[in-house]
Design a protein around this ligand. Structure first.
Ligand code: SAM
Length: 288
């Protein structure tokens, strides 16, 4: 039985190994059995599944995953945690640990070798500093992934789910919604972790669309437009795109592109939906 969801056991392990938390690795260990069970349920983990866990810490979530999944591979950056994981996971033959920075792992290859290229599930209590890079890596590198269920800062979860016109809406909302459906599985208060973080957290489940949510002829151009619009959020879209070093469209071309969508040149990027960014990108792309 998974034993580490209990705060007493976590403290015992930490003291026994004289483990010192490293802030730079975003180490806040989960100590709430209900939240752990909720994560497993939200990810829909079954005995058919291969699960990649990012940052197992002392192995708390890993134990729950190993009980529910066919196989779990956990990637941990902190060398000091490796001997602890050897101890806490010794009874779980279907769980293994790779000592590596997840951002340097070839996850496509891992999925190929360990799961015959079939879609994997990714589950993690993510360190804040890699939330966006790891999610974008999974989507952009075309890793076969069925869903990603992660504990992240509540405010970042809100940005991922935001819709046009809200103050949370931005490049992250559009990137995530282009690739996936989002579902907020739980809000999690700071007292569910050791040490307690300063902000609230949330568990979000991202289920990858079979094909992207909108039809776009040049993805790179669309994401350049999105970045340029939100880098200069307070400017009109026409000025924001015209000033961007990534793009080389004149104000007139941008106005024509917007007109083709029935939009005024004074519109701001935050008003455009994903569909409209795709259409604008297609219109500008055709101008060469
Ligand atoms: N899964 C554990 C839990 O829920 O209690 C620990 C979660 S803690 C928020 C984040 C974990 O990710 C830490 O163990 C940390 O050392 C690890 N980590 C941080 N950066 C990483 C990286 N680039 N690659 C792999 N693991 C990383």
């Amino acid at each position: 039985m998974a034993s580490l969801g209990n705060p007493k056991h976590t403290i015992e392990i930490i003291q026994k190994h004289q483990f010192a938390f490293q802030k730079k690795f975003g180490q806040n260990f989960l100590v709430d059995e209900h939240v752990l069970e909720k994560i497993i349920r939200a990810a829909g983990v079954t005995k058919e599944d291969f699960v990649l866990e990012v940052g197992p810490g002392i192995g708390t979530l890993t134990q729950y995953l190993a009980e529910a999944a066919r196989q779990v591979v956990a990637v941990e950056i902190d060398a000091k945690l490796i001997p602890i994981l050897e101890e806490t996971l010794k009874d779980y033959e279907n769980a293994s640990v790779i000592h590596q920075d997840i951002l340097k792992v070839d996850i496509r290859q891992l999925a190929q070798e360990q799961n015959g290229g079939r879609p994997i599930k990714v589950v993690a209590n993510l360190p804040y500093y890699i939330t966006t890079p790891i999610i974008m890596k999974l989507f952009e590198e075309d890793v076969p992934v069925e869903n990603i269920t992660v504990m992240i800062q509540k405010e970042v979860a809100e940005r991922m789910q935001a819709r046009p016109g809200s103050k949370e809406y931005g490049a992250l909302s559009l990137a995530v919604q282009y690739y996936a459906d989002t579902y907020l599985a739980a809000n999690v208060p700071p007292n569910c972790f050791i040490p307690r973080p300063n902000v609230g957290s949330a568990v979000i489940c991202l289920t990858r669309h079979e094909s992207p949510a909108v039809e776009v002829e040049d993805e790179r151009l669309m994401f350049s437009l999105i970045r340029a619009s939100f880098n200069q959020r307070r400017k009109t879209l026409q000025n924001g795109l015209n000033n961007s070093p990534e793009l080389s469209y004149s104000k007139e071309e941008i106005a024509r592109g917007l007109e083709a969508l029935g939009l005024s040149p004074t519109v701001r990027g935050e008003a455009l939906s994903l569909q409209q960014f795709a259409q604008l990108s297609n219109a500008l792309g055709r101008m060469g």
